[in-house]
Design a protein around this ligand. Structure first.
Ligand SMILES: NC(=O)c1ccc[n+]([C@@H]2O[C@H](COP(=O)([O-])OP(=O)(O)OC[C@H]3O[C@@H](n4cnc5c(N)ncnc54)[C@H](OP(=O)(O)O)[C@@H]3O)[C@@H](O)[C@H]2O)c1
Length: 346
């Protein structure tokens, strides 16, 4: 349950943070945000996903091995908070067991995929969870959350259930696809027709990676505990696509197709190849991007306007070396041309 227990401090002293991760996208952003606030950050990871931001100390370790935390424990260091980005509940269990005596608090980055009901809009943190089946992403996050709270206790735990994370660095292409497509950066021009999902009633609420990271760091500074959905502002998918189109100045035709048509033409929802990113079937998933989000707002999470996220993820996409591409998400230009031709023949 959300618990806005906060002890405030205007200018917090530098904190000692241990980030379990920090070599990938969100973890790296959290580390950068913490360093920018003057905190001392150690990152523990294998190093397979990348490097940690300059200024952070890196400890190479595989959390699947028995002595994974020996190097950080050997320092005798006491941490103000451990921040864990794991998707593997067994890693979380081991970390909380060995690090509890060494840390004042534990922050676990979880996901809204923990919720059992994806159809109901406006639900909050009290909604029922999926079973803690660790072979499943959401179930593993449930098991990880439980391990954290059981070991550190509610008052020393912060569970952050992130919604869709977006903005610069979104390697899934979910938030980058639409501005990139309207800008003509995915192998076509900014005046080409664009196939869009026409799904009345479907909402999205991406949270900008920079807002999420800054809020996690601020929450550690303030001693926030409890469980929070970390989501952006709710917006209809239609308005989201209009915002993406507007920031690019796309002048071409927009070709709307409904869900039945998309399914019949084997276009996948959400992400990945031959998909229209961000679209999810509204009858079963209307609530997936339409959570209440009120507890996070009350605890200080301030989402920036969505057009800033779209503008900046587009700039990031266009600045990447090599051919501009949508990370395996969306439609190839050929598939989209064929689908638009089929839509016109309806
Ligand atoms: N993207 C979204 O829209 C979304 C939505 C909701 C929640 N989330 C959550 O947000 C977080 C995203 O984190 P992220 O972007 O930093 O990427 P990630 O790929 O989820 O990060 C995993 C981190 O754990 C480390 N790691 C993985 N296996 C390890 C092992 N055996 N030993 C040691 N370290 C290991 C990785 O580093 P190495 O590979 O270098 O070891 C990496 O730094 C995740 O918790 C995810 O579940 C994401």
């Amino acid at each position: 349950m959300a618990d806005a227990t906060v002890s405030s401090a205007a200018t917090p002293p530098a904190l000692r943070l241990l980030v379990l991760g920090g070599t990938a996208w969100l973890g790296g952003e959290i580390v950068s945000a913490a360093l920018a606030r003057g905190h001392e950050v150690t990152c523990l990871a294998r190093g397979s996903s990348g490097t940690v931001p300059d200024g952070a100390r890196f400890v190479a370790s595989d959390r699947g091995t028995p002595s994974a935390y020996d190097a950080v424990l050997a320092t005798g260091q006491r941490w103000d908070a451990v921040v864990d980005l794991s998707r593997d509940a067994s890693h979380v269990r081991e970390a909380v067991a060995v690090l509890e005596p060494a840390s004042a608090s534990f922050v676990f980055v979880s996901s809204v995929s923990v919720y059992a009901d994806t159809a109901t809009t406006g639900a909050d943190e009290s909604a029922a969870l999926v079973d803690a089946d660790e072979s499943d992403y959401g179930g593993s996050k449930v098991a990880g959350e439980r391990a954290v709270v059981e070991t550190f206790g509610v008052d020393r735990s912060l569970v952050v259930r992130a919604g869709l994370i977006g903005g610069p660095g979104d390697h899934t292409g979910r938030t980058g696809w639409w501005p990139l497509r309207f800008a003509g950066g995915a192998g076509s021009s900014g005046a080409d027709p664009v196939l869009v999902p026409d799904v009345p009633g479907l909402e999205v609420q991406p949270v900008d990676v920079r807002d999420l990271s800054a809020w996690i760091v601020a929450s550690v500074e303030r001693g926030l505990s409890g469980t929070y959905d970390a989501v952006g502002d709710r917006q209809s998918l239609t308005d989201h696509l209009a915002a993406a189109r507007q920031i690019t100045g796309h002048t071409g035709e927009v070709v709307p197709v409904d869900e039945t048509w998309l399914e019949a033409h084997e276009v996948a929802p959400w992400a990945g190849p031959r998909s229209l990113p961000l679209w999810v079937p509204v009858t079963t998933h209307a609530g997936f991007g339409a959570r209440a989000g009120g507890a996070g707002r009350a605890a200080g999470l301030v989402p920036r306007p969505v057009h800033e996220t779209l503008r900046d993820v587009l700039a990031w996409e266009l600045s990447r070396p090599g051919p501009v591409g949508p990370h395996g998400a969306g439609l190839t230009p050929g598939d989209e041309r064929d689908l638009i031709a089929a839509a016109r023949d309806r």
